[in-house]
Write a protein that binds this ligand. Structure first.
Ligand SMILES: [Zn+2]
Length: 391
């Protein structure tokens, strides 16, 4: 392990580049508070390992070109797969987390892990070039036991319970594999995008997922089940009989506001809809029945989110997923109930907004979490040239 000064580590210096972008040697000294000699040593190690690179065309001072450095984003890639209920997106991401290339695929998650992961693997192989692969990030629409890299008791992922997803990929690629709940992955990228350390990310697709980042960290809870508001009880009138949810329970938020529930209700009204995309299409074309239903779904969702807001006091709520394309028709209902129901102090500086990352939010978040993992103090040394690493 690299020698440390006041408990800091070489990964902390790399983190500065990941957070701030381009920095000069002097800026690294100023921001880190480390001595010049320590900074010189760390920069040399990072340069030798190819993790940072000297930036061409830095400003000149006194005739000498000043050295500026940046994360060497092209040094290697991450492969990421954002698996949803009815399809997945795979991407090749650079070391900053940016998606360089991506493709979308259709498969039902309940066809089981062997089928779905084989499709993901084929998509990875089609998309990857000859770049070095440093890590793989897989997002799934269910609770994840993060340390073990598998899902636990997923409500909608039939056949996946305790399946070793990380092991499935490490037997094919000899790299670090992280497995994360899809909504958590979105929460991480949105939190950094919005510079908000206290953020709730709602993923509204076929189902409802939510990811919580507080104090800059994902809140997973004891079993990875934290934040699953889709299967909390919907605030509906007591004289209405509770609807059946696909998790087996009755009266869940998802049974009223989930994409699959909206498809069910519009079909019942005689409309030709078979997917969430059809629902979005109807709303965008101004179909009065679809607009009314989605607005109502926004209110049901808003009631559930209001509870979370009162308890956790986030600064930002970001909505993504296919259903988010209904935009204000949905968001107006969420805002209405959150501001009506949550504590005034908790909503004073609250922003509720739609994600600007669109369909790439999931893969970008997975790349960031994979990067956090492999650039962590405990693991970064193996990426550096052994000759320059002091043991
Ligand atoms: Zn449910």
């Amino acid at each position: 392990m690299i020698l440390t000064e006041s408990g800091s580590h070489i990964s902390d210096v790399l983190d500065l580049f990941r957070t701030h972008g381009e920095l000069s040697r002097t800026e690294v000294i100023d921001i880190s508070g480390l001595s010049r000699s320590t900074v010189n040593q760390r920069l040399s190690s990072l340069l030798a390992g190819g993790l940072i690179t000297a930036v061409k065309g830095g400003e000149s001072t006194g005739g000498r070109p000043s050295s500026r450095f940046a994360l060497n984003t092209e040094r290697a890639i991450f492969l990421t797969a954002d698996i949803g209920a009815s399809g997945f997106t795979v991407a090749v991401c650079d070391l900053s987390g940016a998606a360089l290339r991506h493709t979308k695929h259709v498969v039902n998650v309940w066809e089981g892990p062997e089928r779905v992961l084989s499709d993901v693997y084929a998509a990875f192989e089609d998309l990857r070039g000859d770049e070095d692969i440093w890590g793989i990030g897989v997002g799934v629409p269910g609770p994840v036991e993060f340390a073990a890299g598998r899902v636990v008791n997923p409500p909608i992922m039939t056949g996946w319970d305790r399946f070793d997803i990380a092991g499935w990929f490490t037997s094919r690629y000899d790299v670090a594999v992280i497995v994360e709940n899809d909504a958590n992955a979105r929460a991480v990228v949105e939190s950094r995008q919005h510079h908000s350390d206290n953020l709730i990310s709602l993923k509204l697709g076929t189902g409802i997922g939510s990811g919580l980042v507080f104090n800059g960290q994902i809140i997973r809870g004891n079993e990875g089940a934290a934040g699953d508001i889709g299967h909390t009880r919907a605030a509906i009138a007591t004289d209405v009989s509770a609807l059946q949810c696909r998790c087996g329970n009755i009266g869940c938020v998802e049974a009223y506001a989930g994409g699959w529930a909206l498809v069910r209700d519009l079909e019942a009204e005689g409309l030709a809809v078979s997917s969430v995309a059809d629902v979005v299409d109807l709303v965008q074309r101004g179909d009065i029945r679809a607009v009314r239903l989605v607005r109502q779904a926004g209110r049901v969702l808003g009631e559930a989110v209001a509870e979370l807001v009162s308890i956790l006091n986030p600064g930002t709520i970001v909505v993504s997923g296919l259903l988010a394309e209904c935009d204000e028709v949905l968001l107006a209902g969420v805002r209405e109930r959150v501001y009506q129901r949550a504590l005034p102090l908790a909503t004073r500086n609250l922003t509720i907004t739609r994600s600007v990352l669109g369909e790439l939010a999931g893969v970008a978040g997975l790349a960031l979490i994979t990067a956090d993992q492999i650039f962590h103090a405990a693991t970064i040394d193996r990426l550096l040239t052994p000759a320059v690493v002091s043991v």
